[in-house]
Design a protein around this ligand. Structure first.
Ligand code: SF4
Length: 271
């Protein structure tokens, strides 16, 4: 991304809980003193190089965000999404109050709520809310200050009670799963309706092991059904039996649904 000597920013609240707005205000206080970096908050998007957006994209504010973006000078027109809500909908994703173009409703609807649905985002600063330091860090990257004045530090998690020695450090790794993250998250959410919070991660992990085994065969659908049936016969807890059968049905239904949407999106892009 192009680096800037100074940056005039306009702040818009797309529907936040005000947590992020307070942090944005915080970076303007003399303590953090955003202006010393050459960043100035302006009261009009017509004078702004960048739009700082906080909060999820609600139906009420969608047009206001679009108009603010269009009112900015055509270049550089930077958009910074501040807070998890602006990045992805956060705790409000799939809420009825959010703007959504998808005709599906309820649990079939794709997770949504980020401001990228109406304006292209150049920088995401996640956090609920992000701390003033994180906001400053993000903006400093835009200005190129990060490279000039900051030194990167790599932190590793330590097991509880261990001293900070190099040999005690453990790398954080994102767990690998046999199915896509979107499917995993949706199934996990759905499972809550069946087993509540009763060890749903363990039930889902057991199910994923069966999926991985079934995917190795020539006919995964039949194989999965066979494996789930065997599992259900062995299992003594009726909640887990119901959950397994539910997961099998939901897995294929959601997988087909996502495939259908992917094809639809690819066709829309070609057209
Ligand atoms: S990210 Fe957290 S603090 Fe910011 S608007 Fe959303 S809920 Fe509020």
């Amino acid at each position: 991304m192009r680096k800037f000597k100074s940056l005039w920013v306009y702040h818009v609240d797309a529907g936040s809980c005000n947590g992020c707005d307070i942090e944005v205000l915080d970076v303007l206080t003399p303590y953090y003193d955003l202006e010393r970096l050459g960043i100035k908050v302006v009261p009009n998007p017509r004078h702004a190089d960048a739009l700082l957006i906080t909060g999820p994209l609600t139906r009420q504010t969608r047009m206001a965000i679009k108009k603010a973006y269009e009112a900015m000078p055509p270049k550089p027109r930077i958009v910074v999404a501040i807070g998890t809500c602006a990045c992805s909908g956060g705790i409000f994703y799939n809420s009825y109050a959010l703007y959504n173009t998808s005709p599906e409703r309820g649990r079939d609807r794709l997770r949504s709520g980020g401001i990228e649905m109406v304006v292209p985002v150049d920088m995401y600063i996640p956090g609920c809310p992000p701390s003033p330091e994180e906001i400053l860090y993000g903006l400093a990257q835009l200005l190129g200050i990060k490279e000039k004045r900051m030194k990167g530090e790599h932190w590793k998690a330590l097991p509880p009670g261990e001293e900070g020695k190099a040999e005690n450090e453990v790398e954080f790794t994102i767990p690998e799963r046999g199915i896509s993250l979107r499917l995993w998250l949706t199934l996990r959410e759905e499972l809550r309706r069946i087993v509540g919070y009763f060890d749903r991660e363990a039930v889902l992990n057991e199910f994923i092991k069966l999926v991985e085994e079934a995917e190795k065969s020539e006919n995964p659908k039949d194989k999965l059904h066979e494996l789930v049936s065997e599992y259900v016969l062995r299992e003594g807890d009726s909640r887990i039996r119901v959950a397994m059968m539910f997961l099998e049905n939901e897995y294929w239904r959601l997988k087909d649904e996502y495939e259908r949407r992917k094809v639809g999106l690819a066709k829309a892009k070609v057209l």
